[in-house]
Design a protein around this ligand. Structure first.
Ligand code: HEM
Length: 160
């Protein structure tokens, strides 16, 4: 889990942009998941609380249980932003998270769609402040997160 690829300037761009977005994580998280469900509508089926299946993206997006998942995702991103100087410290947690997602039926390719949706939400939230350089920095950070989650996912798959 290499954080060395992120330059100091990129770390600062991530911190500055996240500072704005993290003032309203719920809103930006909903933008992220709305986009994710547009791109991969079948992901809605993976969320079921008390065995109840949602009838569609809208119902899922307005469920308090699901909104907790939105908060969980935003908290993981927040942890990554707060650990830019020591991303390996998150490795164990993220591989464990990858394992859990393998268990609930998420495919690793869907993690990439989450990445695309994250960039979309950042762009929506920041407008012109989301520069090409900021996009590049976020792409690198998210790649680090996904790499660790995918490793856990793969380990879990191999144990089956
Ligand atoms: C590919 C799209 C994803 C799907 C379909 C998905 C689905 C799920 C499901 C069904 C659960 C268990 C129920 C729940 O806690 O609400 C869960 C838990 C969780 N997810 Fe996701 N997830 C996705 C992506 C992510 C991403 C990208 C992150 C973080 C970067 C994340 C963070 C979490 C966390 C922190 C938990 C709680 C784990 C625990 O109980 O310890 N999820 N996810």
């Amino acid at each position: 889990m290499e954080s060395g690829e992120l330059s100091q300037a990129e770390k600062e761009l991530i911190q500055e942009t996240w500072e704005k977005v993290s003032q309203n994580p719920q809103h930006h998280g909903i933008v992220l998941f709305t986009r994710l469900f547009d791109l991969e509508p079948d992901l809605v089926k993976l969320f079921h609380y008390n065995s109840a299946q949602f009838r569609g993206a809208q119902e899922c997006l307005s469920s308090p249980d699901f909104l907790q998942h939105v908060s969980k995702v935003m908290l993981v991103i927040d942890a990554a932003v707060n650990s830019l100087e020591n991303l390996p410290s998150l490795q164990e947690y993220l591989t464990g998270l990858g394992r859990k997602h393998q268990a609930v039926g998420v495919k690793t390719e869907s993690f990439n769609t989450v990445g695309e949706s994250l960039l979309y939400a950042l762009c929506e939230g920041l407008g012109p402040a989301f520069s090409t350089q900021a996009r590049q920095a976020w792409t690198k950070l998210y790649a680090v997160v996904v790499k660790a989650m995918s490793r856990g996912w793969q380990e879990s798959r191999e144990e089956e």
